[in-house]
Write a protein that binds this ligand. Structure first.
Ligand code: CA
Length: 545
């Protein structure tokens, strides 16, 4: 495979060199467009379509064996390609995950260690390398980092407002042309914009790399009007760990501010029914005022009876019991969450249809992923951040017809820092040494069992104190996980094979001492290998800059 790749790479380089002699890049591009003969198949590099969402739990994707919903279009990518069953992030929160994807590096090297870090737009990012090598590149949707893009992509149009989160209804975007508000539902509008860009920018000669990034199903989880009645009269099964008592852990888990029972009215679509004398609070007012008169009417039709019941339960004290409150808010939360996921899946379907209709499916790599997975009730939570499985994970399914065998389930340990080198290698672009991730192509191109691959991943969460979660780092192998809450120098150790829900911390167990030593050594090795600075482990634990 290496020989074939280098032959193709050499052919392509000669081809590009011939095109750029004397005319410069711009003229070469125009001459390419004008050529009557299409690029020979052997020289054609794949398009990359990276579809990404925010806070989408792999436990709500049927390709990951969801017990509570179906995602037929994401499943189609998985069925026609591969599912990575052990896919993880390096730092479970929005901005750091995005920065790691773009740079192929851990947070301490790309500078985005927490939400609010300043993004250094001039650093190495894979889209710029692809653009230099003749790719049309674009990011459309949620960017979230500060500042907005400059030269990272050939084109960008990113959600603006609500701290870069954008709004679910009639979202505002920023682009090189300035601010614009587009009527419609966020997930639909982002897909419309992506299809519009493809329609107007594709050429036969230039491959594209397009990142379509949804805000959904991030809080405050407003579903599309067409999905408001979905799941209305059904009870969604509760996760096994909804009533976790955290008893073998250090007290952090118990004290985290992310309990399902603590969800508030604004993030669960609770608002006073029509003609009620209950006053609207400011957030309810702001949300409802963004809706058209017709849509507002539909929200009332769908939610008023349930909300009426909520206000009655609140008044008579029925929700004062924590267990009752947890069960009640789990149903409210999960239904809106799954409604948002349904719109994502439909829009994934629209993008796949577009590729089919434009004869692009065969030569386009399609990925579906999310910046991290999410607790959708597991351990009693609705959040991310921890190194525990549900938020350490990232969904990652990938399709490349005729190149990737269909129906694969790959169990090797991968991370979001692997995406950049994967896309670069697929495009026959040399992967710079400084990138810390590894291309997934060898795992996809042959029998993963025969590929020499990492035996452990390194994780580091920096956003100390947010949601009352302390900074921590750790190491995970196929079987064990060691977490170091280094601000207090305490550890947790889990045997993932015997205890997949991580309910039994075995760090102090007498028969775990050998494993403990081995995992402690591994943690030190990985800190060194990934060049984690000593200073981050020392107080004061303020956000690094
Ligand atoms: Ca996120």
């Amino acid at each position: 495979m290496t020989t074939e790749n280098s032959d193709v790479r050499m052919e392509r380089r000669q081809f590009l060199k011939a095109c750029s002699v004397t005319m410069g890049c711009l003229l070469a591009t125009h001459s390419l467009k004008a050529m009557s003969n299409p690029v020979p198949t052997s020289l054609r590099r794949p398009n990359i379509l990276f579809i990404f969402s925010d806070d989408h739990s792999h436990n709500s994707i049927s390709a990951y064996e969801s017990k509570i919903n179906k995602t037929p279009n994401i499943d189609q990518i998985a069925n026609e390609g591969a599912v990575f069953t052990n896919s993880f992030c390096t730092n479970s929160i929005c901005q750091p995950s995005r920065a790691t994807i773009l740079t192929g590096k851990h947070s301490h090297l790309n500078g985005v260690t927490y939400n609010g870090s300043r993004w250094n737009s001039q650093q190495l990012v894979f889209p710029r390398l692809m653009q230099k090598e003749g790719y049309k590149t674009a990011l459309i949707g949620k960017w979230h980092m500060k500042p907005d893009p400059s030269t990272e992509f050939g084109y960008w149009k990113v959600l603006s407002g609500s701290g870069g989160q954008g709004r679910y209804y009639n979202p505002q975007f920023n682009s090189a042309k300035g601010l614009e508000t587009i009527t419609g539902y966020s997930t639909d509008v982002i897909t419309d914009q992506a299809i519009d860009w493809l329609d107007n920018n594709r050429t036969e000669q230039e491959p594209f790399m397009l990142m379509v990034q949804f805000k959904s199903p991030h809080v405050p989880r407003r579903p599309a009007v067409r999905h408001l009645e979905l799941f209305k009269d059904v009870e969604i099964p509760e996760p096994e760990t909804l009533f976790d008592d955290y008893k073998t852990r250090h007290p952090y888990a118990e004290k985290a501010w992310m309990q399902i029972s603590g969800l508030n009215e604004e993030v669960t679509n609770i608002f006073p029914p029509k003609n009620s004398d209950i006053p609207l609070n400011n957030k309810q007012k702001e949300f409802l005022s963004r809706l058209s008169k017709e849509d507002r009417e539909k929200f009332h039709q769908a939610y008023d009876s349930e909300n009426q019941k909520y206000y009655e339960m609140k008044k008579n004290g029925a929700l004062d019991d924590k267990k009752v409150r947890t069960k009640y808010f789990y149903q409210r939360f999960i239904k809106d969450y799954l409604r948002c996921v349904t719109a994502i899946d439909e829009n994934v379907g629209r993008l796949l249809d577009y590729l089919d209709q434009n004869n692009l499916s065969d030569n386009t790599v399609v990925v579906y992923s999310s910046d991290q997975s999410y607790y959708i009730g597991e351990h009693g939570w609705a959040e991310k951040r921890w190194m525990y499985e549900e938020s350490l994970s990232m969904p990652f399914v990938i399709r490349w017809p005729k190149k990737i065998q269909s129906g694969q389930r790959i169990h090797k340990l991968i991370q979001n820092m692997d995406y950049a080198p994967t896309f670069l290698e697929m495009a026959n672009i040399k992967v710079p040494q400084e990138i810390q991730g590894s291309s997934l192509l060898p795992l996809l191109s042959g029998d993963p069992k025969n590929v020499k691959w990492r035996k452990a991943i390194y994780y580091h969460y920096y956003h100390h104190g947010a949601h009352n979660v302390p900074r921590h780092d750790g190491v995970r192998t196929q079987r064990f996980k060691l977490i170091h809450f280094y601000t207090d120098n305490v550890y947790e150790l889990y045997n993932l094979k015997e205890d997949p829900y991580e309910l039994n911390n075995i760090y102090e167990a007498p028969d775990s001492q050998k494993t403990k030593q081995r995992m402690l050594e591994l943690l030190n090795q990985l800190r060194e290998e990934y060049k984690v600075p000593e200073s981050v482990f020392k107080p004061p634990y303020v956000f690094p800059r």
